[in-house]
Design a protein around this ligand. Structure first.
Ligand code: BV8
Length: 231
């Protein structure tokens, strides 16, 4: 197993206390997607969207990486080949657990973006519609996250990684958001062995050769232990 590519979703951060999107009482149950995770929603009510992300930014800041995040950091440190994490999550728990080769394809809560000039900077704890961009001074600041209808980040790195992967794993994702939801199918078609680690079946389970079921903090460390003992 030279190159391991891992897609993670909200399920890997659930046991760190961060809400998932589509579970009972998840984030989308409290807010309509179109109101808080689309450019149109932001244009309609920037305060509502900033409130949504300010609350998640505060939550994420005090959350701790869990055993699943730490297991993936151990895998990167000890596996002889490359380990590349593509995360849909906007929290920084992979990095805080020690992972370094991480791509946030849906952006990051800790970063801010200017809608007018494209400048990016570290987001303050609280963002407001009246904040001016530090570079161009226009009041067009937004969270640096990828909303529905926007192009995910790092596509130029993701496609080659999926083609070169010897092993592709999806952890804690419901397989309902594209293009990430198709990565298992793509990797398998390109010759990777695919494994899904999740609490329950997902919309993409049929794309995976193996399916490990259970809580991420339990099944991910066991899976990593198995990989490293076979390396
Ligand atoms: C794009 C913003 C074009 C940041 C997010 C019709 C058909 C097909 C596609 C479309 C369509 N209409 C529109 C589209 C495209 C659209 C899309 O996929 N819509 C879906 C809803 C149908 N996609 C887009 O718009 C994307 N852009 O397509 O651009 C393009 C594409 C390629 C190239 C050129 C152009 C942009 C999508 C990004 C949207 N932004 N978030 C934020 O607020 O966080 S999406 C949001 O959902 C998050 O990013 C989240 O990461 C993502 C996916 O959710 P999951 O991570 O899977 O979380 P979820 O709650 O769903 O599932 C959790 C799972 O964990 C569950 O399975 C659960 O069982 C499990 N679990 C729970 N607890 C545990 C656990 N597992 C283990 N242990 C536990 N303890």
């Amino acid at each position: 197993m030279k190159k391991i590519v891992i897609l993670t979703g909200a399920g890997i951060s659930a046991e760190s206390g961060l809400g998932t999107f589509r579970d009972e009482g998840g984030l989308w149950a409290q807010h309509a997607i179109e109101d808080v995770a689309t450019p149109e929603g932001f244009a309609r009510d920037a305060q509502l969207v900033h409130d949504f992300y300010n609350a998640r930014r505060a939550n994420a800041a005090q959350a701790q990486p869990n055993a699943a995040h730490h297991a993936l950091a151990r895998l990167e440190a000890e596996h002889p080949g490359e380990v590349f994490i593509i995360t849909q999550n906007v929290d920084a728990l992979h990095e805080r657990a020690g992972s370094r080769n991480v791509l946030h394809m849906h952006g990051q809560l800790d970063r801010a973006l200017c809608g007018a000039c494209g400048h990016r900077w570290d987001a303050p704890a609280v963002m407001r519609p009246e904040d001016a961009c530090p570079a161009c001074r226009v009041r067009a600041t937004r969270p640096d996250v990828v909303w529905f209808g926007e192009i995910p980040y790092g596509m130029e790195r993701i496609d080659p990684a999926l083609s070169e992967a010897d092993l592709f794993a999806a952890i804690g994702t419901s397989g309902q958001v594209f293009p990430a939801a198709a990565y298992g199918q793509h990797a398998r078609r390109m010759g990777a062995h695919t494994v899904e680690l999740n609490l329950e079946d997902s919309a993409a389970s049929r794309d995976f050769d193996d399916c490990l079921r259970g809580k991420a903090t339990e099944i991910v460390p066991l899976w990593v232990e198995g990989l490293l003992s076979r390396a």
